[in-house]
Design a protein around this ligand. Structure first.
Ligand code: SF4
Ligand code: SF4
Length: 233
């Protein structure tokens, strides 16, 4: 849908790219392709096989959005016992693997577009880079950097559990700009001091359960090691 939301810009993009496969907008779809954009995370074996086929039939694979990049909210079921998870996914055949993972768990991913929903600006930046052969780099700084540049009041100072310090920037601090704490939808960036931020949150009075709940919402698969550490601490 975000592709369609590009509106006039998609016409510009179509001067350079031919869309060969797009179930939402095309009746006849073809493979192979040069660039495949894959959103969501597989939750059935059939979807895993489809992902493997897409990887085989594309030169560049882009994970699009939080579920594809971190496992997203579906990854929350990995926290639950299998029985509970089966109840959540009532109606699925029992042999379905209920272990939503980032796409990179199954296939080689060339680029990630982060966020829920992901940023149209970053999508255009990546497509433009691919067209002109320019290197595209992930943002390797936190949401706090963008938040501070906008001179927002820090929500941590007001006692809110904000994940901005450990979350990958690029959304231009969308939530804090609107007085809402960052829920970490873009996942952690490489050098994030996660344990340091957990310590700050504990010093502020947040319980382990509150911190684990917050870390797990969008990126359980990325935080599961630190969550295990926190549980045992
Ligand atoms: S409000 Fe959140 S994102 Fe903004 S500076 Fe404070 S901790 Fe960082
Ligand atoms: S502020 Fe945090 S939760 Fe909000 S869009 Fe940015 S990364 Fe996602």
């Amino acid at each position: 849908m975000q592709f369609l939301n590009l509106e006039a810009k998609i016409l510009e993009i179509l001067k350079y790219l031919n869309i060969k496969n797009f179930r939402l907008a095309k009746e006849y779809n073809e493979m192979p392709v040069d660039i495949a954009f894959v959103e969501g995370t597989p939750t059935t074996r059939e979807e895993v096989l489809k992902l493997l086929t897409i990887r085989k039939e594309s030169k560049i694979l882009v994970a699009l959005g939080t579920c594809a990049v971190t496992g997203g909210v579906p990854g929350l079921v990995n926290m639950m016992a299998k029985k509970e998870a089966m109840e959540v996914y009532d109606g699925f055949p029992p042999d379905v693997p209920i272990d939503p993972k980032p796409l990179e768990y199954y296939v080689n991913v060339d680029y990630n577009i982060y966020g829920c929903t992901f940023s149209k600006d970053e999508l255009i930046e990546l497509i433009t880079s691919l067209i002109i052969g320019k290197e595209y780099r992930d943002k390797e700084y936190s949401v706090c950097v963008e938040c501070s540049l906008r001179e927002n009041n820090c929500l941590l100072d007001d006692g809110h559990l904000c994940l901005g310090p450990i979350t990958r920037g690029g959304c231009k601090a969308l939530c804090p700009n609107n007085g809402k704490m960052c829920l970490g939808c873009r996942g952690p960036y490489e050098d994030a001091n996660i344990k340091g931020h957990i310590k700050i949150l504990q010093d502020m009075g947040f319980t382990k359960d509150e911190i684990i709940e917050s870390l797990s919402l969008f990126s359980y698969e990325k935080f599961k090691e630190v969550i295990s550490w926190l549980k045992e601490e």
